[in-house]
Design a protein around this ligand. Structure first.
Ligand SMILES: Cc1cc2nc3c(=O)[nH]c(=O)nc-3n(C[C@H](O)[C@H](O)[C@H](O)COP(=O)(O)OP(=O)(O)OC[C@H]3O[C@@H](n4cnc5c(N)ncnc54)[C@H](O)[C@@H]3O)c2cc1C
Length: 484
């Protein structure tokens, strides 16, 4: 007898695990998430949420909270190259593409919000449903998979107790060094580690240097140092990333604080700058993708499934979008309306995306400053799935000159539904907002029979299916005639 029995067990309380918990709760599926650390991330690693991730957060009712959490970086939409933070700016581009290109195709825009500010928002939302349990200070230490269930052993750090958890499915969102992936013998393929880096999380009064030229990232290149200042609040909190210096000594705790301060001063261009080092994160820039995203009842998601070099800021976004792809399928399997083969489509759909995104990040490294690095609307909104869950309509794949930069709205099966503004009573909503916890059928204003048929099919098959009519006299108004 296991100590705990739960339909879904989630390992890892980073953004991907938290989103998986949140999503399963939205489907009413109980889960248990364990995270070995005592709380959410203390280091502001990722900060760029792309427009697709923001669409998802909007559907989950989190757009406002996330923008509030990232308020300090509200105006920091650019990426800058400079000789030093105090020195000459060499180049500036808009990260995530220009807003005027995004507005016609999405109800929202990308947002900058440091990961340590984002995770508490996701956590509060996930806990708020009261459906999924979240246990910090609990580490997965063993896993056994069977044909009908997964059994895990968990160590509780506060008491030293060992607990067994039995679950129908396990989602491994346990990050870059995924112990679950290794325990299951799933190989990770790709170039692997590209270089060793450090991230110095620091406090220093640098806001006045960037007040009139705010950016989210400041690449620094001068004779003494090259690296990257990532803004946390664009005033006093920053992370400075640079290659791991030769005098880094892991056994002796890394680098002395004075050495970190020296590096920061060189990059800031201010030899007397007052710097307080909060923490130093050693990390490896790596590129690899798990050979499989599924092993029986276990699914890999986020960094556990794919390590994407953070050159372009795609890693967390890809992981959150994995969770979005996976959660409804597991929910369907738990509820019994989905057959087990639906679960295979997670890998079929997300593996090619992870590979493509990783290739783009590698190209960004090989060809610094390539235009595609910060103009990714095609890659972000134009993902099109081809799997056994998608019923083709016979239309050809649209020809797109550059699938990274160019997004062409398509209602083709497998695509994200294109955005059009609609009216629900006095509220303005997007078509994108309608695709949430049920299959969704949209019909024209005179599509009452479609609605009736959908209601019947939903009832007879036990599949959640919402149907709406759009246009004059329908459930939803077609504000500017774009929907049709
Ligand atoms: C310097 C840097 C900058 C980045 N910038 C961006 C960016 O701008 N945009 C972007 O999209 N991405 C970026 N990324 C990538 C992003 O940080 C990751 O992709 C993201 O954190 C992955 O989320 P995750 O939940 O999959 O994994 P993680 O955030 O790593 O979370 C995994 C969690 O699992 C826990 N865990 C592991 N093993 C166990 C166990 N056995 N038991 C219990 N818990 C366990 C860990 O403690 C950890 O909290 C950046 C990464 C780095 C390093």
């Amino acid at each position: 007898m296991a100590d705990i029995e739960v339909p879904v067990f989630i390992v890892g309380g980073g953004p991907v695990g938290l989103c998986t918990s949140l999503l399963l709760s939205r489907f009413g599926v109980p889960s248990l998430l364990v995270e070995r650390h005592p709380a959410t991330s203390i280091h502001p690693r990722a900060r760029g949420l792309n427009v697709r991730t923001m669409e998802l957060l909007r559907t989950w009712g989190l757009e406002h909270e996330v923008r509030e959490a990232g308020r300090a970086l509200e105006n920091a939409t650019d990426v800058v190259w400079a000789e030093s933070l105090a020195g000459r700016v060499l180049r500036r581009v808009a990260a995530g593409g220009r807003r005027e290109n995004i507005r016609p195709v999405s109800p929202t825009t990308g947002c900058s919000c440091a990961q340590d500010e984002l995770e508490p928002v996701l956590l509060a939302k996930a806990q708020g449903y009261g459906v999924g349990g979240i246990a910090f200070g609990h580490e997965l230490i063993g896993i056994e998979t069977g044909p009908a269930e997964v059994t895990a052993t968990v160590h509780k750090s506060s008491t030293g107790q060992e607990l067994t958890v039995q679950a129908g499915y396990l989602v491994a969102a346990d990050g870059a060094d995924s112990g679950v992936r290794q325990a299951l013998g799933v190989a990770a393929v790709g170039p692997g580690i590209l270089n060793q880096q450090i991230g110095i999380y620091l406090e220093a009064p640098l806001g006045h240097l960037v007040m009139d030229r705010p950016a989210v990232l400041y690449f620094i290149e001068n004779a003494a140092i090259s690296g990257l200042f990532a803004a946390v609040d664009n005033t006093d909190r920053w992370v400075f990333y640079t290659g791991r210096p030769p005098d880094w000594d892991q056994a002796a705790g890394g680098l002395p604080a004075e050495r970190c301060i020296e590096l920061v001063r060189l990059a800031a261009g201010l030899p007397d700058l007052a710097v307080r080092v909060r923490s130093v994160l050693p990390w490896a820039m790596a590129a690899q993708t798990a050979e499989r995203f599924r092993a029986g009842r276990v699914f890999l998601a986020g960094d556990a499934a794919h390590l994407i070099p953070p050159v372009g800021g795609y890693g967390m976004n890809t992981g959150i979008q994995d969770a979005h792809n996976l959660a409804w399928k597991i929910a369907g399997a738990v509820a019994g309306w989905a057959g087990p083969s639906l679960l295979d489509t997670y890998e079929a759909e997300r593996h090619p995306v992870a590979r493509f995104v990783t290739e783009q990040a590698l190209l960004n490294i090989r060809q610094p400053g390539r235009p595609e690095q910060y103009a990714t609307l095609g890659m972000t909104l134009g993902v099109s799935y081809d799997s056994a869950a998608v019923v083709p309509d016979g239309t050809p794949v649209p020809e797109i000159a550059n699938p990274v930069t160019d997004y062409v709205p398509a209602a083709r099966p497998g695509s994200r539904a294109p955005h059009a503004w609609l009216q629900r009573n006095s509220e303005r909503i997007s078509t994108v907002d309608l695709f949430d916890t049920a299959f969704t059928l949209l019909a024209g204003a005179s599509g009452q029979r479609w609605r009736d048929a959908a209601a019947m099919a939903s009832r007879d098959l036990g599949v959640p299916l919402a149907a709406r009519t759009v246009g004059q006299g329908g459930d939803l108004g077609d504000e500017d005639g774009t929907w049709a």
